[in-house]
Design a protein around this ligand. Structure first.
Ligand SMILES: Nc1ncnc2c1ncn2[C@@H]1O[C@H](COP(=O)(O)OP(=O)(O)O)[C@@H](O)[C@H]1O
Ligand SMILES: [Mg+2]
Length: 258
């Protein structure tokens, strides 16, 4: 058996607030993700999803337990990780291309080689020709595509996405889900994708990790055995419906309410 790309073992996170109260956000989270896998993580608001993703990305330290990426313990941000947040956080005074090139500057990578790659990625996310636009000239969906290209520019093994399409309208969101599936298939990246949408979790994920309310634990991991590439029509199928029902039951009667 090959080693997993990410190995999360007995992860715990308790926040200590400024007034001295302790908030237990994650409890005993253990999970392996294989190279090339697309895993979605679904759970109620406040259950610790963002906390988990930030720990995976090395932006936050765990209280106990460990995360290994490619066999190495995660102790800080790594160039093997790309992150996409709910808000695209683009620099308004920089063009689309300059925003995509940001990690190249931060990580001090070769500009020339990555300039080519940035242009290719903008093509991949459907933004060829928009290189010299500024963020305010783009729609919400386009801005999120820019942040996706930026997350991939340094060629990370792992892409972490925290409710990236949550702020988009339903139709744009569906279109982005299709695009993301295509990009994942073409790039061969490993993706961990957080959402509080059950259909989105089932549509994108090869496995869906279902979390409990805070402190977030893994309730179950549902393997979604639907053919790829998946299309939107498939979301009306009986098989798809039985997966979303199963996930909804695991979340409990109120788990999916925001
Ligand atoms: N820096 C922090 N200090 C204290 N509590 C926090 C901090 N960040 C998050 N929390 C709390 O931890 C819990 C989990 O938060 P979060 O990981 O953002 O959940 P989710 O992304 O699932 O909505 C929430 O109750 C939240 O209020
Ligand atoms: Mg969150």
């Amino acid at each position: 058996m090959t080693a997993p790309l990410i190995a999360v073992s007995r992860l715990e996170k308790t926040y200590l607030t400024r007034v001295g109260t302790r908030i237990r956000a994650l409890a005993d989270v253990t999970l392996d993700v294989a190279d090339g896998e697309f895993v979605t993580i679904v759970g109620p608001s406040g259950c610790g999803k963002t906390t988990l993703l930030r720990i995976l990305g090395g932006l936050l330290s765990a209280s106990s337990g460990s995360v290994e990426l490619l066999g190495r313990r995660v102790s800080g941000p790594s160039r093997n990780v790309g992150m996409v947040f709910q808000d695209p956080v683009l620099l308004p005074w920089r063009t689309v291309l300059e925003n995509v090139m940001l990690p190249v500057a931060v990580l001090r990578l070769d500009r020339r080689a990555h300039h080519r790659r940035a242009l290719d990625l903008l093509g991949l996310v459907g933004l060829a020709g928009f290189e010299d636009k500024y963020p305010h000239e783009l729609s919400g969906g386009m801005r999120q595509r820019v942040s996706l290209a930026r997350a991939l520019v340094h060629d990370p093994a792992l892409l972490l996405m925290d409710e990236p399409f949550g702020a988009l309208d339903a139709m744009t969101r569906e279109a982005m889900n299709l695009e993301l599936q295509r990009i994942w298939r073409e790039s061969g990246k490993t993706v961990a994708f957080i959402t509080h949408s059950i259909p989105e979790a089932a549509f994108l994920g090869g496995r869906v990790v279902v979390m409990s309310p805070r402190p977030g634990r893994i309730v179950d991991v549902v393997t979604v055995d639907l053919e790829r590439p998946r299309d939107l029509d498939m979301m009306g199928s009986d098989a798809f419906g039985s997966y979303t029902r199963k996930i909804r039951h695991l979340l409990g009667p109120k788990g999916w309410l925001e």
